[in-house]
Design a protein. Sequence first.
Length: 143
Amino acid sequence: MRAAYRVLAGLVAIGVVLQAMFIAWGFFTVGKNIDGGAVFDKNTTDPSGLSLHGIFGTTIIPIVALLLLIVSFFAHVQGGVKWALYVVGLLVLQIALAFASFGAPVVGLLHGLNAFALAAVAGLAARRAAGADQPVAGTKTTV
């Protein structure tokens, strides 16, 4: 279960990186199409990158984060439940900021900033499960 915790936390962090890649791809596609004479309005279908950003952000990453939370109760990772709750909390905030950004686009700045926090916390959770913060057997630690 410890390995499952590590993998799920790592997948959340990787998912956030993919999110950044998808949104960049989407908006560079929009820019390229506008430069080519296209019009981007409410009747335009989303470029693939924007669609993937939405799909990953509202379904894939939340499912993985909820699985992480469930696994955290059985993984015996020191502080694992706490770190999984941090991930879920930051994810809920991330989704709330995304929806708020449609009404107030400047809130999108916080959405982008929170993505860094989510990736970092998920990465730290994965590292804890890997035992990177545990002393190696047979070594002394001083405080």
